[in-house]
Write a protein that binds this ligand. Structure first.
Ligand SMILES: [Cu+2]
Length: 592
């Protein structure tokens, strides 16, 4: 039933279950993926004519590549690879009686290789919330418990250096469709998808509850740290709010963003306290900008997109502009095979205008994602795995990569432009300080910015945000300054991009660390000695620096792993007196 519009009950597990009535075998699912590609390609060609063919103006989409998982949940890792996972199979999750693992893969966008990384803890993290801890490990809250789509109480950690999973502490109740938001002090906020009382993962790995901040919000709420340190709620429904996550927590309610419940619209934090919100609801094309720098959020309208979109994604590009990809323009709740939007659009924050770009080959609607890669391209993947998806034959177990216009020459040749290069940067930067960027292109650099690694699912970006840096040029060196306000870029791993006068961005240096972290450039050995029964002292020695140390709980692998990026979570190595590190060591140097 193409074009089927379902009621908003897809926002509940019961609603999901009710609209699911189809069971497929593996062969059928492979056929559906093929059919989706063929039907999409036809529709895509029809809309391709809407724009010109010069990649310098409209960018260029790469080939469609089949994937081992549907890219429903994607996160850019500090090593430049992409972690992606879906559920337990190609059909709707409601059709699988057992939910004791999760299909996951680590994709290398440089080589195109896929490394299996299934979740092996016994749980399905389909429809979880996730974002990076300050050390670059990924924190995941909740997931899918059963065919009734109940949430799980488990939290997980993923270690990019070893592709290992481990369990964190249990939440107070199951969560399915929660959001996870990194806070300035290194804590991780968990909201909705279950209990209305938010929970916070503390930096010691345990959880605390915000018992005085109980509030019913939509599933997968849009939450980001604002310049005043509180967490700003920008949607998807209309009422703007801020949460003070200290103590028991406290909400402040402001006015309405606009008159539209932008369910399955999208948002992007493109500057300090600046959020673009677009699309959603009945596939509106409207967009607004919200400024949270003052005491009260200020909303202003910006140009509408050329296409109405729902079930689409907004993604920050390397120059701080915003890319819209996918979605449907007919208001279909989850998927409309005949209503897909194929053309990308780019929003320029300086002009407030959208430019229509090249058309992708596969329709990307419910359960699709888009992720900025360190080389400035965008990975567009996924779509499918729902009852309605099965009914209309939608399964996009594949991905395609968009090369934005900024990477091409502007002379109509269609050739790639020469890119500015970053030759050297410090391994750590702090707020309120300046640092040097060595580049042969210093004289032509127009823009310098830090970009937090993206984590996206269900049209919601949980952490990507752009921090433009002021800078000066002197003798072939850029000196950039990080704002003193720590809330402008919460501690963690960032990419650093420089952009030249032709608008061409560099490849990012990655990882970029926000304040408070140091990194060994080489493998280091770590020794551990007991201070008290539960407290241990860890010492390590980077090849290029003096010995450093920190104290953490001996028995608590989470605490140790949080402090030392890349440490395998196995108990044998955790309690050995001396063990080799697998990657980098990072040491918190923030004041407590
Ligand atoms: Cu879902």
């Amino acid at each position: 039933m193409p074009g089927a519009v379902l009621a908003d009950d897809i926002d509940t597990p019961a609603g999901h279950h009710a609209e699911d009535a189809v069971i497929h075998d593996a062969a059928t699912e492979a056929r559906l993926n093929n059919e989706t590609r063929i039907r999409s390609a036809r529709a895509s060609q029809a809309t391709a004519a809407a724009v010109g063919t010069d990649p310098g103006q409209v960018g260029s989409w790469g080939p469609v590549v089949d994937w081992p998982v549907v890219g429903i949940h994607v996160s850019l890792l500090p090593n430049g690879k992409v972690l992606a996972w879906d559920s337990v199979g190609d059909a709707a999750t409601e059709t699988f009686p057992v939910q004791d693992f999760t299909r996951a893969t680590v994709y290398d966008p440089i080589t195109g290789t896929q490394t299996p990384a299934n979740v092996d803890t016994g749980f399905n993290i389909f429809c979880a919330g996730f974002a990076h801890l300050f050390d670059g490990a990924l924190f995941i809250a909740g997931g899918n418990k059963n065919q009734q789509l109940q949430g799980i109480i488990q939290t997980h950690l993923f270690y990019p250096a070893t592709n290992d999973w481990s369990l964190g502490p249990d939440m107070a109740a199951g969560r399915w469709y929660p959001s996870v938001t990194p806070l300035t002090n290194g804590e991780m906020l968990i909201t909705e998808g279950g209990p209305d009382i938010p929970e916070v993962r503390k930096t010691d790995g345990t959880l605390r509850t915000l018992s005085t901040a109980s509030l019913n919000l939509p599933l997968y709420p849009w939450l980001d740290v604002a310049p005043d340190g509180r967490v700003f709620y920008s949607g998807p429904d209309q009422t703007l709010r801020k949460l003070d996550p200290t103590g028991g927590g406290a909400w402040q309610t402001f006015g309405q963003r606009d008159s539209i419940n932008r369910s399955y619209g999208s948002h992007a934090v493109f500057g300090v306290g600046k959020t673009l919100v677009a699309g959603g609801g009945a596939s509106t094309n409207t967009a607004v900008v919200i400024d949270t720098n003052g005491a009260t959020p200020q909303v202003s309208t910006t140009s509408p997109m050329a296409y109405g979109r729902r079930q689409f994604n907004l993604t920050l590009l390397a120059d701080g502009s915003v890319l819209a990809t996918g979605g449907n323009s007919t208001g279909a709740s989850l998927i409309d095979m005949n209503g897909g939007v194929y053309n990308a659009e780019r929003w320029d924050p300086e002009t407030g205008q959208w430019t229509t770009l090249a058309a992708q080959s596969v329709t990307r609607q419910y359960h699709s994602t888009a992720l900025l890669l360190p080389d400035g391209r965008v990975l567009s993947s996924g779509g499918g795995i729902c009852g309605t998806c099965d009914q209309v034959g939608y399964l996009a177990k594949n991905a395609e990569i968009f090369t934005p216009p900024y990477l091409f020459k502007k002379d109509g040749s269609g050739q790639l432009a020469a890119r500015p290069e970053i030759a050297g940067v410090p391994t750590a930067v702090s707020h309120g300080t300046s640092f040097q960027i060595t580049t042969p292109n210093a004289a032509s650099i127009q823009k310098v910015g830090m970009m937090r690694l993206g984590s996206q699912t269900h049209s919601v970006e949980m952490e990507q945000h752009y921090l433009p840096l002021s800078f000066t040029v002197d003798n072939g060196t850029l000196t950039a300054t990080v704002p003193a306000n720590m809330h402008t870029a919460v501690p963690g791993v960032y990419m650093l991009f420089i952009v030249d006068s032709a608008g061409v961005p560099s490849v990012a240096t990655i990882p970029r660390k926000a304040p408070c972290f140091r990194r060994c450039k080489t493998r280091a050995r770590v020794s551990m000695s007991q201070i008290t029964g539960i407290l241990c002292r860890f010492r390590y020695n980077c090849a290029d620096s003096a010995e450093r140390q920190f104290d953490a709980t001996c028995e608590n692998s989470r605490t140790i792993s949080d402090s030392m990026y890349g440490l395998p979570p196995s108990s044998s190595s955790r309690l050995a007196p001396t063990f080799p590190m697998w990657g980098y060591v990072r040491h918190t140097i923030c004041p407590a």
